[in-house]
Design a protein around this ligand. Structure first.
Ligand SMILES: Nc1nc2c(ncn2[C@@H]2O[C@H](COP(=O)(O)OP(=O)(O)O)[C@@H](O)[C@H]2O)c(=O)[nH]1
Ligand SMILES: [Mg+2]
Length: 708
C-alpha cells in the first residue's frame, strides 16, 4: 500500500436520499481505481459497502461504511451512508470526520425529503459540498429540473460544472465546463474519450463556462483582479477559486453522473483530488478546553473515534480520524475521559468488511483499530501528558419509543448487556428502565430504526424480543379546593396506633396568593421530579398535632402523589394545608400519621374534581404540497391542534400539537399516507387535560387493574 502524505488524502462522505445511488457510486469509485476488479450491484447483494446481512435483506444501506480508493496519486477515503432518516446518526458521525460531502440527487426525483433532512446537518457542520446529479441515464431523468430545484433550494452557491449531452437511455456523454471538453463513454462505462465540445453545444458551453469562471473568481480578490485583466482564468486559478468558495460554502459544484453505468465517477474523483479541500485545508479543530488544533502531520498525535462497530467474529472495531500527528502500530495513547491508556496494536484500512493492515496513518487520514479496551465513540486518544478532547458529535434526541420485553424471561439479564453494546455502536438508540412506566424503553429515530435493532437482537445475539406499546406517562391534578379528614386507629394487643389529620387541598398555580383564614406555621415548596409542584403548609394551632409528626404526614401525601388516586400516575400542582387533627399520648407514632395523611389526601383529592393530564407533543411534519390535505385530515383524527403551515424548499411544513397517546406508530401511518414522502419529528411540549370520555375510560381501566 502506497503511503500518501496529508495533502494527498481526501475524505468524502456520500450523502443523499435513499436510493439516490450512493452505494452504487462508491462501488464505481472503487472499481474505476482498480481497488476491486468486479463491480457489484445492490441488487446482487455483492457491493463492498452494503456487506451486512441486514443490508442484503433490506436491499439498502443501514450502516455508514468506510472504504478507500486511489485515484491519480491521491487516496480518497469514502464513507457511504444510509439515506433514511432512521439512520441519521450514521450520517452525522460520518459528516463529523469528512472534509467534503458529496450529495447525490436523483435526476428522476430532484430534491427529495431525504435531501432536506440531511441538508440540515450539512449546514450545521458547514462542510464543503459537491452535488452529483445521478440517474441521468434513467428514462425519466430531468437534469435541468433537478438543477433548478437545487438552485431554488440551496441558493446561488450552486455552480454547474457539467451537463449531460443527452439524458435517458442514450446518455453517454458529459460536457465539462471547467476543462471545456466532452467526455464520451463506452457502452459499459468506465474510461471516457476526451473529445472537443460539439459545435452545436459551444454557445451554451461557453456561456456556462463564463458563469463558472466568474463564480470561481468571486472568492478571492487576487483572482478577481486577474479575471478583470485577462477576461478569464486558467485551470489552476479556477481550481483555487473553487476550493476557496467550497471552504466558505459560497460554491457548491454540481456534477453529472450515472453511477449504475459507471459514467462520470472518474471525473468526480479527479475533482476531489485537485479541488476538494483536504483535512489540512480545513479550519483548525476546536478542543473542549477552548484551544484548537490544526491537522498537521508534525503536530502531537491525536485520534478522534467517530464510530464503533461490534462485529461477531472480530469484536470491537473503532474507526478514527487522525486529527494531528501520526499513529503507528505499537504506540501508546491516553484517553482523557477514562484517564486510561490504550495501546494501538493493529491498524487497518477498512473497505467494507475487508481489512488491509497498515503500519501507520498520518494527519487527516481515516483508519480503524481493534481491541481498544475502554475507548468509545466520541472520545479522543492523545499522547500521555496531553489533555486533548475534540468537540464530540452531538447526536439528535430519540424521536420514538417502544417498550421491549424478552420472549423468554430467562433472557432478561442478557438483554441489558446486549442493548448497551448496541447503544455503543449507535448512540442514537438508547435504552432505559422507566420506574414510572415499569417498562424497559428503547428509543430511536423511527420505527425502521427500532425494527433494525430488533432484527439485530434476533440475528446477531439470538435474543428474541417483543415490542409492546409503552405506557403513557399521565399525570393527575385537581381543579377545585376540597377537604377531608382521616383517623387512623388500631388497637391490637400491646401498643396501638393513632393519628388523625384534617387537611385541605387546592389546585396550585404559579404566583398564587398565600392562603387566608388559617395561621401558617410553616411552608415547604417541593419541586417534583416528574414536573410540577407540591406546596405543603403546616397550619396546626394549639399543638393538636405535635410538630414532629408533620414530616410523616408529608411522607404519606408524597406517597399518594406517586400513585395518584385515579390512574396510579404521578400527581402534580397541588397545595396541601394541614390545619387540624388529633394525637394520642401513647399510641401516636410516625406510621399512624403517615397513613392518616395519605388517606386524608386521597379522599380530599377525589372530592376536588380530579383530572388526568396527558403529555402533548409539538410535532413538525414535512410533506409535499399535494399531500398536505391528507396529512392534516389524519392529524385531526388524532386530537391535534394545527399550529401553522410554512414552506421549506419544495416542501410544506405542518406544525401541530398532538397528544403522545395518538402518536403511536405515527411514522408508519405517515409513510403510508404520503407514499414515503413525508417525515416528522416532535418533542414534548406540555401536559394538558384529557377529554372527559378518555378520563372515564382510563379511570375504569385502572380500577379494573387494581381489583385484580
Ligand atoms: N438507472 C440508474 N439506476 C441507478 C443509478 N445509480 C443507482 N441506481 C439504482 O438505484 C437503486 C439504489 O441504488 P443505491 O446505490 O442502493 O442507492 P443508495 O440508497 O443511495 O445507496 C439501485 O437499484 C441501483 O441499481 C443510476 O445512475 N442510474
Ligand atoms: Mg446505500
Amino acid at each position: 500500500m502506497k503511503v500518501y502524505d496529508d495533502k494527498h488524502i481526501k475524505n468524502v462522505v456520500l450523502l443523499g436520499a435513499s436510493k439516490a445511488g450512493k452505494t452504487t457510486l462508491s462501488e464505481a469509485m472503487l472499481f474505476e481505481a482498480g481497488i476491486i476488479n468486479r463491480r457489484g450491484t445492490v441488487e446482487e447483494k455483492n457491493t463492498v459497502s452494503d456487506y451486512h446481512e441486514i443490508e442484503h435483506e433490506r436491499g439498502s444501506s443501514v450502516y455508514a461504511t468506510t472504504m478507500h480508493t486511489e485515484w491519480r496519486n491521491y487516496k480518497i477515503n469514502i464513507i457511504d451512508t444510509p439515506g433514511l432518516d432512521d439512520f441519521i446518526g450514521e450520517v452525522i458521525s460520518s459528516l463529523r470526520v469528512a472534509d467534503t460531502a458529496v450529495m447525490l440527487l436523483n435526476a428522476e426525483h430532484g430534491v427529495e425529503i431525504g435531501t432536506e433532512l440531511i441538508w440540515k446537518y450539512v449546514e450545521e457542520f458547514k462542510k464543503p459540498i459537491i452535488f452529483a446529479i445521478n440517474h441521468v441515464d434513467h428514462n425519466k431523468s430531468d437534469f435541468e429540473g433537478t438543477l433548478e430545484q437545487a438552485q431554488k433550494r440551496f441558493g446561488k452557491a450552486i455552480t454547474l460544472m457539467q451537463y449531460p449531452l443527452k439524458q435517458g437511455d442514450g446518455f453517454n456523454a458529459i460536457i465539462d465546463l471547467l476543462k471545456m471538453i466532452m467526455y464520451k463513454f463506452p457502452t459499459q462505462g468506465g474510461k471516457p474519450q476526451k473529445l472537443p465540445i460539439p459545435p452545436e453545444e459551444l454557445e451554451k458551453a461557453n456561456r456556462l463556462h463564463n458563469e463558472l469562471v466568474e463564480k470561481a473568481a468571486e472568492n478571492d480578490d487576487m483572482l478577481m483582479e486577474k479575471f478583470f485583466e485577462k477576461g478569464s482564468l486558467n485551470e489552476d486559478e479556477l481550481r483555487e477559486g473553487l476550493k476557496l468558495g467550497m471552504l466558505h460554502h459560497d460554491v457548491y459544484p454540481v456534477f453529472c453522473i450515472s453511477a449504475k453505468k459507471d459514467m462520470g465517477s472518474g471525473r468526480l474523483m479527479g475533482f476531489i483530488d485537485n479541488v476538494a479541500p483536504s483535512a489540512t485545508d480545513q479550519f483548525k479543530e476546536p478542543l473542549t478546553n477552548g484551544s484548537e488544533l490544526a491537522s498537521d502531520p508534525k503536530g502531537p498525535a491525536a485520534l478522534f473515534i467517530f464510530k464503533t462497530l461490534i462485529e461477531p467474529h472480530l469484536g470491537k472495531v473503532c474507526f478514527f480520524k487522525v486529527m494531528s500527528g501520526e499513529v503507528k502500530t505499537g504506540m501508546d495513547f491516553y484517553n482523557p475521559i477514562t484517564r486510561g491508556s490504550e495501546r494501538i496494536n493493529q491498524l487497518f484500512i477498512m473497505d467494507g468488511k475487508n481489512r488491509i493492515p497498515v503500519e501507520k496513518f498520518t494527519a487527516g487520514d481515516i483508519g480503524a483499530t481493534l481491541k481498544l479496551r475502554n475507548t468509545q465513540t466520541n472520545q479522543t486518544l492523545c499522547l500521555p501528558g496531553k489533555e486533548y478532547q475534540f468537540d464530540p458529535i452531538h447526536f439528535p434526541e430519540a424521536r420514538i419509543n417502544t417498550a421491549i420485553i424478552t420472549k423468554n424471561k430467562s433472557d432478561d439479564d442478557k438483554l441489558g448487556a446486549v442493548l448497551s453494546d448496541i447503544h455503543q455502536e449507535d448512540p442514537t438508540l438508547t435504552v432505559e428502565y422507566s420506574s414510572e412506566l415499569r417498562q424497559i424503553i428503547l428509543s430511536g429515530q423511527g420505527e425502521l430504526h427500532l425494527a433494525t435493532a430488533k432484527w439485530r437482537l434476533s440475528h446477531t445475539y439470538h435474543l428474541e424480543v417483543e415490542f409492546i406499546k409503552p405506557r403513557i406517562p399521565y399525570r393527575e391534578t385537581i381543579q377545585k379546593p376540597s377537604q377531608a379528614n382521616y383517623r387512623h386507629k388500631k388497637q391490637s394487643g400491646g401498643s396501638g396506633q393513632f393519628g388523625e389529620v384534617y387537611l385541605k387541598v387546592e389546585p396550585y398555580y404559579e404566583d398564587m396568593p398565600e392562603p387566608t383564614g388559617l395561621s401558617i406555621r410553616d411552608k415547604e415548596v417541593i419541586e417534583l421530579s416528574w414536573g410540577g409542584k407540591l406546596v405543603f403548609y403546616n397550619c396546626i394551632v394549639g399543638g393538636v398535632i405535635d410538630q414532629r409528626y408533620l414530616p410523616s404526614i408529608l411522607k404519606g401525601v408524597m406517597e399518594k402523589m406517586q400513585e395518584g388516586p385515579i390512574t396510579g400516575s404521578f400527581v402534580r400542582d397541588v397545595r396541601v394545608l394541614v390545619y387540624d387533627g388529633k394525637m394520642h399520648a401513647v399510641d401516636s407514632n410516625d406510621i399512624s400519621f403517615k397513613i392518616a395523611g395519605m388517606m386524608a389526601f386521597k379522599e380530599a383529592f377525589q372530592l376536588a374534581d380530579p383530572k388526568i393530564l396527558e403529555p402533548i407533543y409539538e410535532i413538525e411534519i414535512f410533506v409535499p404540497e399535494a399531500l398536505m390535505g391528507d396529512v392534516v385530515i389524519d392529524l385531526q383524527t388524532r386530537r391535534s391542534v394545527i399550529l401553522g403551515m410554512d414552506t421549506k424548499g419544495n416542501y410544506r411544513v405542518v406544525r401541530a400539537r398532538t397528544p403522545l397517546a395518538e402518536l403511536d406508530k405515527y411514522s408508519t401511518s405517515l409513510r403510508s399516507i404520503t407514499q414515503g414522502k413525508g417525515s416528522y419529528s416532535g418533542h414534548f411540549a406540555e401536559y394538558a387535560s384529557v377529554p372527559a370520555e378518555i378520563q372515564k375510560k382510563l379511570a375504569e381501566e385502572y380500577k379494573k387493574m387494581e381489583s385484580h
